[in-house]
Design a binder for this molecule. Sequence first.
Ligand code: ZN
Length: 111
Amino acid sequence: MADLLKSGATMLSDVCPECGSPLFKVKSEIFCAKCNKPVVYAKATGPETTVSSSMLLDNIEQTIVVKITEANELLKLEKDPERLSAYSNLVFGWLSMLEKIHNLKQTMSNS
Ligand SMILES: [Zn+2]
């Protein structure tokens, strides 16, 4: 492993599908030090990664919308000023999260 790193290999965050050891990138090849052989594996790259992160954003967005809806229902019934203020702060925080998510999505779709 140390020799690999010395020879200019970089350690990847992925593991070998066969033995679970960390994989190394040597030049253009993915290499497992334990199996002592190049590893061919299907890793989600480029566009696929973007798709999954935009899906994640969609998920977060849905969660926040549900939370805002729930908080809105509570707000309607709530009379206690302190709790009202707490709910309002929550909703405000979620709304700014939504705004950030929208900005992120736009940045990603433009790139
Ligand atoms: Zn291996």
